[in-house]
Write a protein that binds this ligand. Structure first.
Ligand code: C2E
Ligand code: MG
Ligand code: MG
Length: 638
C-alpha cells in the first residue's frame, strides 16, 4: 500500500548540541504549512508534484538524539517497530562519541533505506571526502552550516518524498514478486494435478515412479507396486446419466481413494493415488514390506469402491477392475510397469470384472509375443510382404460370378499364418492399419483392372474391399480412395467398400460424413457382418448404404432355426424398402443356398462357391469355360 501523504514522516536529528534540536523542532513542527511546502516541493519535483501536494498536508514527526550511539538505537527500534525513520540529520562532529561518518555507516547497517543529511561546517570534510567514505551516496545530502531553515525544510520534504516513493515502489515490487510466486505455484500445481478430482496426474505419477525405479536400482530390497484401476462399464454412466453425473462419481471415487490410502497402516504408508484420465486411476504403493501386500490393498480398494454411490436422486452401483504390477520383475522404465499393470487390468476384466489380477510370467510372455508380432508386421507392411486372397461373390438367381472380396493374408516367419481378424486388430492398435489398408486397396484395385482387361467379364466385375473402423478417423481417407481409383484406372462403381456394423456405431456422425463423400464419388458401400453388432435400423436410413452382408453366424442356422429364417425374411423386406442389395456370407451348403434363393437374397459368398484363394487360382473362375459353372453343383442338387 502506498503511504498516505498526510502520514507523518519521521525525522531523526542527531546532534550533540541540544539547541540545534530545538531549531529543528521549530522548523518541522509547525502545524500546517501547505503553501510553503508546496513551494519547497515544487522546487524539487516540478509542477506535477506541486499540484499533488497543494491539496495535501505534509507533517513531520521529529525525534532527537545527542549521540550517534543513541541515534542508532532509535533507528533500530523504529525499524523493528515497523515505523522506520525516513530521514536523519546527522551532525558531523559529536565528540567524544562517534563522529558523523561513523554514525551514518552504523545507521545504514541498521536501515539501508534511511535518507541522510550530514550537517557540516565549512571547515569539515568536503563532499568528495564524504562520498569516498560512504558508499550509499544516492541517499545522502550535505547541508553546510549555518543553514537556512527553508533550505533544511526543502531537503526534508524532498528526501522524505523520495524515501516514500522508493518504499512504495519496493512494496509494489514485493507484491509483484508474491503474485508471480503464487501464479508459478498455481501453474506447477495445475501441471501436476488432475483438474476434476485434484488428484496427482500422469506427469506427477511418472515422476514418482521414476523415483521408485531409481531407489530400487540402488537398493534391491526396496519394493513398490503399481495398481491400475479401471471402472467396469463406466461408459454406461456417462452415456446414460450424462457427463455431469459421471464427474460427480469420479470426484467421489477420488475421495474414497484418498481416505482408503491415508497412511493409516503399514500397507499404505506411502501411497499415491492418481488419475490418468477418464475412469482410469493408478495407485502407486511405495516402500512395501512385501510385494504381496499390494494384493491386500487392491482387495480393500475393490471393497471401498463397490459401496453404493449416493447421488441426489439415485444410488449407483459400480465395480472396478485392478491390474497389479510389482517391482520384483526388475523394471527399468516407468512405461513398462504401467503397461504391464494395464495388461493385468484387462485380464481382470476378461476374467469377469470386479477383481484384481497380478501381472505374471505367462502374461509377460504374451506381451512379448504380441510385441514381436507387432514388429514383424511392421516390417511386413514396410516391405510389402502382405498378400491378398480373393473369394468369389455370386448372383444367386443365375449363379453368375459378379465379384470378389479381397482378404488380407500374412504369414509371420515365427508363428506361421496369422488369422485376418487378429492381424487387423494388431494393426489397428499400433497405427499400422492406415498403410496396411492402403496397400490392400491398391493391390485389389490393380488386380481388378488386370482381370477386367484380360477377361472382359459380363456382368462387369466388382471388387469388395474391407474398411477398418480406424480408417474412418483418417481425414484423408476419401482423397486416398479417390487417388487409388484413378491410379488403378478403374470405375468407382466397380469398387465396394465393406465396413463392419459395429465400426459405424463407434461414431455414426463421422461415418455418415465419410460415406456421403464416398457415395458421391460413385463407390458402393456395404454394411458387413450385419446381425452381429447392435443392429439398429437407424443405420440403414442414416447411412448412404448400397447393401447389407448378412453375417455367417446367421446363415449357418437358417435351416435349423425357423426363427432365423423369419428374421432373415424380415431383413430382406426392410432392405428392399431401402433399395439395398442383400449378400449372404458363409454359404456352405446347397440346403442353405435353396433357402436363400427362396428368400430372394441377391448375392452369396461362401465355401460353396469358392474359398478365398490367391489371384492366380481365383482367376480360373473368370475363364470363359468356367462360365456359369460356379453354381452347377448347387443347382443340380436342387
Ligand atoms: P469379412 O469381411 O466378413 O470376411 C469374410 C470372412 O469369412 C473371411 O475370413 C472369409 O474367409 C470367411 N468366410 C467366407 N466364406 C466362408 C464360409 O463359407 N465359411 C467360413 N467358415 N468362413 C467363410 P477372413 O479372411 O479370415 O477374414 C476375417 C475378417 O477379417 C473379415 O471378415 C474382415 O472383417 C477382416 N479382414 C480381412 N481382410 C481385411 C482387410 O484387408 N482389411 C480389413 N480392414 N479387414 C479385413
Ligand atoms: Mg468383408
Ligand atoms: Mg463379413
Amino acid at each position: 500500500m502506498i503511504a498516505n501523504e498526510t502520514t507523518r514522516r519521521r525525522v531523526l536529528v542527531i546532534d550533540d548540541n541540544e539547541s540545534v534540536h530545538d531549531d529543528f523542532r521549530k522548523i518541522f513542527e509547525a502545524k500546517e504549512r501547505p503553501q510553503r511546502l508546496a513551494a519547497a516541493k515544487a522546487a524539487v519535483f516540478g509542477t506535477a508534484a506541486d499540484a499533488r501536494s497543494a491539496s495535501s498536508v505534509l507533517r513531520f514527526e521529529v525525534d532527537t538524539a545527542l549521540r550517534g550511539e543513541d541515534g542508532l538505537e532509535m533507528v533500530r527500534a523504529a525499524h523493528a517497530d515497523g515505523r522506520p525513520y525516513a530521514l536523519a540529520f546527522v551532525d558531523m562532529r559529536m565528540p567524544p562519541g562517534w563522529n558523523g561518518l561513523t554514525t551514518v555507516k552504523k545507521l545504514w547497517e541498521a536501515d539501508p533505506e534511511l535518507q541522510i543529511v550530514i550537517c557540516t561546517a565549512y571547515s569539515d570534510y568536503s563532499l568528495d571526502q564524504v562520498s569516498d567514505e560512504l558508499a550509499n551516496t544516492d541517499k545522502l545530502l550535505i547541508l553546510k552550516k549555518p543553514f537556512d531553515n527553508a533550505e533544511a525544510l526543502q531537503m526534508a520534504a524532498a528526501l522524505t518524498e523520495k524515501w516514500q516513493a522508493q518504499r512504495a515502489a519496493a512494496m509494489k515490487l514485493d507484491e509483484l514478486k508474491r503474485m508471480v510466486q503464487e501464479r508459478t505455484a498455481e501453474i506447477e500445481y495445475a501441471t501436476l494435478h488432475d483438474k476434476l478430482t485434484g488428484l496427482p496426474n500422469r506427469t506427477f505419477l511418472q515422476m514418482r515412479l521414476e523415483g521408485c525405479l531409481q531407489r530400487r536400482a540402488r537398493k534391491s530390497d526396496y519394493r513398490f507396486a503399481v495398481l491400475f484401476l479401471d471402472f467396469d462399464r463406466f461408459k454406461l454412466i456417462n452415456d446414460g446419466l450424462g457427463h455431469e453425473v459421471g464427474d460427480l462419481v469420479l470426484i467421489e471415487v477420488a475421495d474414497r481413494l484418498r481416505q482408503a490410502l491415508r497412511g493409516g497402516d503399514a500397507l499404505t504408508q506411502v501411497s499415491t493415488p492418481s488419475r490418468l484420465g477418464g475412469d482410469e486411476f493408478i495407485v502407486l504403493l511405495e516402500d512395501l514390506r512385501d510385494e504381496r501386500d499390494a494384493a491386500r490393498v487392491a482387495e480393500r480398494l475393490l471393497r471401498v469402491l463397490a459401496e453404493p454411490y449416493v447421488l441426489e436422486t439415485q444410488k449407483l452401483h459400480l465395480t472396478a477392475s485392478i491390474g497389479i504390477a510389482t517391482s520384483d520383475r526388475g523394471y527399468e522404465r516407468a512405461g513398462d510397469i504401467l503397461r504391464d499393470a494395464d495388461t493385468a487390468m484387462y485380464r481382470a476384466k476378461a476374467a469377469g470384472r470386479a477383481r484384481y489380477v497380478m501381472f505374471d510370467q505367462a502374461m509377460h510372455e504374451d506381451v512379448m509375443s504380441r510385441l514381436s508380432l507387432e514388429s514383424a508386421l511392421r516390417r511386413a507392411v514396410r516391405d510389402d510382404l502382405l498378400t491378398l486372397h480373393y473369394q468369389p461373390i455370386v448372383r444367386l438367381a443365375d449363379g453368375r460370378l459378379c465379384g470378389f472380396e479381397a482378404l488380407v493374408r500374412w504369414t509371420d516367419p515365427n508363428r506361421g499364418p496369422i488369422p485376418a481378424p487378429e492381424l487387423i486388430a494388431v494393426a489397428e492398435e499400433n497405427g499400422l492399419i492406415q498403410p496396411l489398408s492402403l496397400s490392400v486397396l491398391r493391390a485389389a484395385s490393380r488386380q481388378l483392372r488386370t482381370w477386367q482387361e484380360r477377361f472382359r467379364p459380363s456382368p462387369p466385375l466388382m471388387m469388395n474391399v474391407n474398411l477398418s473402423r480406424k480408417q474412418l478417423l483418417d481425414p484423408e481417407l476419401v482423397d486416398k480412395i479417390r487417388d487409388t481409383i484413378q491410379n488403378a484406372d478403374i470405375e468407382p462403381n466397380s469398387l465396394v467398400l465393406e465396413i463392419t456394423e459395429s465400426a459405424v456405431h463407434d461414431d455414426q456422425p463421422m461415418a455418415v460424413h465419410v460415406f456421403e463423400q464416398l457415395k458421391q464419388m460413385g463407390v458402393w458401400l456395404h454394411l458387413d457382418d450385419f446381425g452381429t453388432g447392435y443392429s439398429s435400423l437407424s443405420c440403414l436410413y442414416q447411412l448412404p448404404l448400397s447393401g447389407l452382408k448378412i453375417d455367417r453366424s446367421f446363415i449357418r442356422s437358417i435351416c435349423t432355426e425357423r426363427a432365423h429364417a423369419v428374421v432373415l425374411d424380415a431383413i430382406v423386406r426392410i432392405a428392399r424398402a431401402f433399395s439395398l442389395k442383400v449378400v449372404a456370407e458363409g454359404v456352405e451348403d446347397t440346403e442353405q443356398l435353396g433357402m436363400l434363393r427362396a428368400l430372394g437374397i441377391d448375392h452369396g459368398q461362401g465355401y460353396l462357391f469358392g474359398k478365398p484363394a490367391p489371384a492366380h487360382i481365383a482367376e480360373r473362375m473368370l475363364e470363359p469355360e468356367h462360365d456359369g459353372a460356379l453354381l452347377e453343383a448347387g443347382a443340380a442338387a436342387h
